[in-house]
Design a protein around this ligand. Structure first.
Ligand SMILES: Cc1cc2nc3c(=O)[nH]c(=O)nc-3n(C[C@H](O)[C@H](O)[C@H](O)COP(=O)(O)O)c2cc1C
Length: 186
């Protein structure tokens, strides 16, 4: 199994990184190939809302006009068996890098050919609140909404707060092993 983990945190030792590393270790232990990508390290332009009507070649061609790291990473996701999207909780919501990235995939999903490749792709969402600890469920709701609307098969959402991170790490490790089965929500 080929698992791609996309993190919207820039801290390789932060709360989100600890959570995704538990998934990564579980996946590897189960025999999967697992890759972890940190979005803030990439060159990702926000959507240009190209045309007067707000659309662009996202709709007509299923790719973004910007020559940044978006199209290659989208291709990686579409070629993976399972993807994990993880965000640090910012203002009870997604980090800017993950929102930018997912809002562009949401547009791409309007293209029928791209939609076919997105549908049935199992994904998991993880949101880590590392300050007060509040806002992880709200962040999960945002993440679920955009992933579901884009057409992914959202097989699980995990809210984490710094106060329960240690308790959730074993479950996240098990989740990595479970992903080896290429789960579906059906
Ligand atoms: C702009 C901003 C907003 C934040 N909002 C919240 C919040 O709503 N709830 C919370 O518990 N922590 C909040 N935090 C703290 C982060 O969740 C915390 O720093 C977390 O550890 C970041 O994840 P990371 O360690 O994986 O980078 C916020 C941090 C920033 C920078």
């Amino acid at each position: 199994m080929n698992i791609l983990i996309v993190s919207g945190s820039r801290n390789p030792e932060g709360h989100t990184a600890r959570a995704v590393n538990a998934v990564l270790e579980g996946g590897k232990a189960a025999g999967s190939d697992v890759e972890l990508v940190f979005l803030p390290e990439l060159n990702l332009e926000r959507c240009r809302q190209c045309d007067q009507n707000g659309w662009g070649i996202c709709k007509s061609k299923g790719r973004c006009v910007a020559e940044d790291d978006f199209n290659p990473l989208l291709e990686k996701i579409l070629n993976s068996d399972v993807s994990v999207f993880a965000s640090p909780v910012y203002f009870s919501d997604l980090s800017e890098s993950l929102f930018t990235f997912l809002s562009k995939i949401q547009r791409i999903s309007i293209n029928p050919e791209a939609k076919k490749r997105i549908e049935n792709k199992p994904v998991v969402g993880i949101c880590c609140a590392g300050g007060s600890g509040n806002g992880a469920p709200d962040c999960c709701a945002s993440l679920y909404k955009i992933l579901f609307r884009t057409g992914f098969d959202v097989v699980d959402m995990v809210p984490v707060r710094r106060q329960n991170l240690e308790a959730k790490l074993p479950a996240l490790n098990l989740m990595g092993k479970w992903l080896e089965t290429k789960p579906t929500s059906a």
